[in-house]
Write a protein that binds this ligand. Structure first.
Ligand code: PHE
Length: 360
């Protein structure tokens, strides 16, 4: 029993002298842990006579409770010291001005893509998409551009690598959004009205060309669609996009393998003092290629060309953005220069959408 008194003293002062939480825990384990001194002592109870048990048992229990209490109060004490130290060093000056939150802006291409999509969706067109890596069948053959066709060379195509003994034609980075026409025809059939905005690639680089740029494809197929519908659609589009009530379009006969007849469309404009004005003046600006979908293209898309016909057009989104917002160099679009983006970018809170229509 006297031995227990000594133990009690030893433990209590050992706990009391701790200054570190981790060491305190080590001490606790050495006393109360599974192999702790006191735990072993309690295990010895099992080997004692009933009399001994009756006297020593309660004493050991009390000792264990006392040590546990002591340990807990020491723990709180040390924790409090740590907390007070932190409170002394870490504090917040609520009177400081808040940090500036930098606000991003919408890239002109995203803005124009959104504007154009809103205008066409109001006319009943939905948005379709296709992959940027295409097989040469979708990019060329299905669009009536067979392997020997000179138009293949004109496209400055990027070809993807094939293993040496792989004889399949290489895949390409799509050179235009027209393959989306084929994909949509195959998966949705006729009738249809879609636009397909997206990235396209051609090996070309100067002030008005970058190897990656953006096009918007349009396709409408029905039983009695004509060039007149194409013209009407494009007129409504130009009026809304350039925000002028009077515009004049000029359809110039042209050639695309996938349309017959084909037309390039020019917009009347003036460049007085370097400023573009749409709808007046004596200049014409080419804005897109278009035509009636070639029967071979309908057939490639699994649509019966003796029943259905349609129009298609393709325009450069980047070019539309340059014209509408007076941006002189296309290359700057893709430099990711923050000063440029802040100057030409748009507010994220001021975006056109299909519910509100154009906001500007
Ligand atoms: N795909 C053509 C181009 O990239 C544009 C176009 C699309 C022309 C649809 C006619 C019809 O130049």
């Amino acid at each position: 029993m006297d031995g227990l008194k000594d133990l009690q003293k030893k433990y209590l002062s050992l706990i009391d002298s701790q200054k570190d939480l981790n060491l305190l825990e080590e001490v606790r384990v050495s006393i109360l842990g599974k192999k702790g001194e006191l735990s072993l002592k309690m295990r010895e109870l099992g080997t004692m006579s009933p009399d001994e048990k009756q006297t020593i048992g309660p004493v050991l229990n009390n000792l264990r409770n006392e040590i546990t209490d002591k340990f807990l109060s020491k723990k709180y004490e040390l924790e409090e010291i740590i907390l007070n130290k932190r409170l002394e060093t870490e504090w917040i000056d609520l009177s400081l001005p808040s940090r500036n939150k930098s606000k991003g802006s919408i890239h002109p291409i995203s803005q124009v893509t959104e504007e154009v999509s809103v205008i066409f969706s109001e006319m009943g067109f939905s948005v379709a998409e296709g992959p940027q890596i295409e097989t040469d069948w979708y990019n060329f053959d299905a669009l009536n551009i067979p392997p020997e066709h000179p138009a293949r060379q004109e496209h400055d195509t990027f070809f993807l690598h094939r293993e040496k003994d792989d004889i399949r034609a290489p895949n390409v980075l799509r050179t235009h959004t027209s393959p989306v026409q084929i994909r949509h025809m195959i998966s949705n059939g006729a009738p249809c009205r879609i636009i397909a905005p997206g990235r396209v690639y051609r090996c070309d680089y100067d002030q008005t060309h970058t190897p990656m740029f953006h096009q918007l494809e349009g396709l409408a197929i029905d039983k009695n669609i004509s060039m007149a519908n194409l013209k009407g659609t494009l007129e409504v589009f130009c009026k809304k996009f350039f925000e002028v009530s009077d515009i004049e379009l000029r359809f110039r006969a042209s050639h695309f393998p996938f349309t017959e007849p084909s037309a390039e469309v020019d917009l009347r404009c003036s460049w007085k003092d370097g400023k573009l004005e749409v709808g007046k003046g004596d200049s014409w600006m080419e804005i897109l290629g278009s035509g009636m979908v070639h029967p071979k293209v309908l057939d490639a898309g699994g649509i019966d060309s003796s029943i259905w016909q349609g129009f298609a057009f393709g325009m450069g989104i980047d070019r539309l953005a340059m014209l509408k917002y007076g941006i002189p160099d296309l290359r700057a679009f893709f430099d990711s220069d923050l000063r440029w983006l802040r100057h030409y970018g748009f507010s994220a809170l001021d975006q056109p959408n299909s519910h509100t229509g154009l906001t500007k």
